[in-house]
Design a protein around this ligand. Structure first.
Ligand SMILES: [Zn+2]
Length: 190
């Protein structure tokens, strides 16, 4: 299993060391040496910070093979896998213009790139990067249909950082449609 570099927000670390119940609805933390995850309020011995992992919900912790602590029972699923993925989808829908990578998404959603990729694909039927490209292509088509802008300008406007790639991908409008039609197999009822 990959090792994610530990970066714990100071605020969260403080909550753990002070057993602050105010954070119980915000995150859980797992300790890699025990494989157990707890609520911030649980009065455990303060773990070694480098062994601590932060989880935004129990689902991710369970996915990463941590077990819920039997004492503080951090097993209420704050978010289901579907809700978690839908939050990421909404975030992509608002940020598709920016350069996005799997690691960007993993950072904003507090998941590992590996689990994000797997869960996203399970829930949506396509990978996060495929989804991002699909959103950009849909916006590009809309731009081509509704504005007089060139393909290159539209490509930049919808977040394709590499315009030559976009042009090669799309060629004429018909080729964009062709590509999107191919991608449409991922859409429900599409
Ligand atoms: Zn606990």
């Amino acid at each position: 299993m990959e090792v994610k570099k530990t970066t714990i927000p100071a605020e969260y670390w403080k909550a753990i060391t002070e057993c602050d119940a105010a954070y119980d609805e915000t995150f859980f933390y797992g300790v890699t040496t025990t494989g157990i995850f707890c609520r911030p309020s649980y009065k455990s011995r303060v773990p070694n910070q480098e062994n601590v992992r932060i989880f935004k919900n129990a689902y991710i912790a369970l996915e990463e093979k941590f077990r819920p602590c039997k004492r503080c029972k951090p097993d209420g699923l704050h978010l289901s896998a579907e809700e978690w993925v839908e939050q990421i989808v909404e975030w992509i829908d608002q940020h598709y213009i920016k350069p996005l990578t799997l690691h960007t998404l993993a950072d904003i959603s507090d998941g590992s790139p590996y689990h994000l990729q797997r869960l996203f694909k399970r829930v949506r039927g396509l990978s996060p990067t495929e989804y991002i490209q699909q959103v950009r292509l849909e916006k590009a088509i809309h731009g081509l249909e509704t504005t007089g802008q060139s393909i290159a300008d539209i490509g930049t406007a919808v977040g394709f950082s590499n315009t030559p790639y976009f042009i090669r991908l799309s060629g004429e409008n018909t080729l964009i449609f062709k590509y999107v039609k191919g991608a449409a197999q991922y859409e429900v009822g599409g």
